[in-house]
Design a protein around this ligand. Structure first.
Ligand SMILES: Cc1ncc(COP(=O)(O)O)c(C=O)c1O
Length: 435
């Protein structure tokens, strides 16, 4: 006999197309702080935070209040057809905290749209066409973002979806655990960065507009490049006049232990794309670009009815204020260090944990058959995720082979949450290790 949940999912699938995303079988009805609750009243520690989005906790009352206040004034008038106050307020805040100088901002709705706009900007500005991207990157699924992306895990880039926009050139990911060049860090001398010069010289038209990268690859499995990676890359980009776009859609707003991941890697991008945590769950994204690059867009190059929506801008302004007032990146750094310590202990104990890695509260645990072969184990990873949920903990999955548990909780977690989460996680790993 079907349970109520099975019935709901059956009905849902009758009406809603889920074939391209296949949701985890939980019906979430409430969110509060670090927790969400399902339809049966079971509470879960949400260590994936709506895919690294609700950085300041579910239903944060300060953001809710800002939204309510703005709703009473104006919901929508199309802020790209008229001027609105919340858009200016938010732009000023972002410019004040931007890692690069003389930055300007344009607002959109999703991370993918921000990526599309960034591509348009660099092509318009440089009058060049090609874009360098990382193997295993994920920048979204509008056609532009999909075109510069690669297949990763269960996320395909199928031939039948083409023709994609041309011009993407993929370079090796700085994936030390599985170096595609066969090197070992630090003896490698960062060959994965150095090889970009050869790829520009002999694998492109040499007319490259930009290099785009996630500072830490999120969907790709929380791949953390070596600390000096982006500085090496930047030297090469400067040599050829290639712009640097950092996609901080997952890494921004304190997630990695600094406000921006570009600070972690000590590099100054020409453009940044942001979304997810910007609105703490309200759909808003932005491109923060050097003013001369941003202003190169011409009428008709881009437009969106919802861009800079007043409510989304109010939510984002309140979110940024909250992060800054509570210095949440510092908590991310502290809690991340504790989490990594616990996970590293498990790594040395369990053969199926190939590597635990991350920065701040952007953490990945790579599940393998054993440490020697490093064979990726998608099914075991899925099983760990399921058991974690049984024990009241929500985590995500990513990775080149969908074999990496993603741990990206709200930045507001404390030690008690970590204890509970790690207890559930270890129980799950223990159960799966011999299956
Ligand atoms: C790094 C990165 N860029 C862009 C996107 C696309 O964002 P959205 O799903 O809001 O379109 C994502 C989504 O996961 C992402 O992780």
């Amino acid at each position: 006999m079907l349970s109520n949940i099975d019935e709901f999912i059956k009905e849902y699938k009758k009406y809603v197309i889920t074939s391209y995303s296949e949701p985890f079988p939980l019906i979430i009805t409430k969110g509060n702080g670090v927790y969400v609750t399902d339809i049966e009243g079971k509470k879960y520690l949400d260590f994936w935070a709506g895919i690294a989005t609700v950085n300041i906790g579910h239903n944060n009352p300060i953001v809710q209040e800002a939204v309510r206040k703005q709703m009473n004034e104006l919901v929508h008038c199309s802020s790209q057809s008229y001027y609105t106050i919340p858009a200016l307020n938010l732009a000023k805040k972002l410019v004040a905290i931007a890692p690069s100088q003389s930055c300007k901002v344009t607002f959109h709705t999703s991370g993918s749209e921000a990526i599309d706009v960034a591509i348009k900007m660099v092509r318009r500005y440089t009058k060049k066409h090609e874009i360098l991207t990382l193997q295993g990157c994920y920048h979204g699924r509008t056609y532009g973002a999909h075109s510069i992306g690669t297949p990763v895990g269960i996320y395909s880039k199928s031939y039948v979806m083409g023709p994609y926009a041309s011009g993407a050139i993929h370079v090796p990911a700085p994936y030390c655990y599985r170096c595609s060049l066969g090197h070992e860090y630090p003896k490698c001398n960062i060959q994965c960065a150095k090889i970009i010069e050869d790829i520009v010289n002999f694998g492109s038209s040499r007319d490259i507009a930009a290099f785009i990268a996630e500072p830490i690859l999120g969907v790709g499995g929380i791949i953390t490049p070596p600390n000096e990676y982006f500085q090496e890359v930047k030297k090469i980009l400067n040599k050829f006049g290639i712009l640097l776009i950092l996609d901080e859609v997952q890494t921004g707003f304190g997630r990695t232990g600094r406000f921006w991941a570009s600070e972690v890697y000590n590099v100054k991008p020409d453009l940044i794309t942001v979304a997810k945590a910007l609105g703490n769950g309200w759909p808003i994204s932005a491109v923060m670009a050097r003013g001369d690059i941003g202003d190169s867009l011409e009428p008709g190059d881009h437009f969106s009815t919802w861009g800079a929506n007043p409510i989304m801008c109010a939510a984002a302004s309140a979110t940024i204020d909250y992060i800054i007032q509570n210095k949440l990146w510092e908590n991310a750094e502290r809690m991340g260090t504790l989490l990594i310590k616990r996970l590293k202990e498990m790594e040395s104990k369990y053969e199926i944990i190939g590597e635990a890695r991350g920065k701040g509260l952007m953490i990945g645990v790579e599940i393998v058959k054993d440490k020697k072969t490093k064979e990726p184990m998608h099914d075991k990873c899925k099983e760990i995720r399921k058991l974690c949920a049984d024990y009241g903990l929500l985590v995500g999955i990513g990775g080149f082979w969908s074999n990496v548990i993603r741990i990206q909780p709200p930045l507001t977690i404390n030690e008690e949450h970590i204890d509970k989460a790690m207890e559930a996680f270890e129980k799950a790993v223990n159960e799966v290790k011999n299956t």
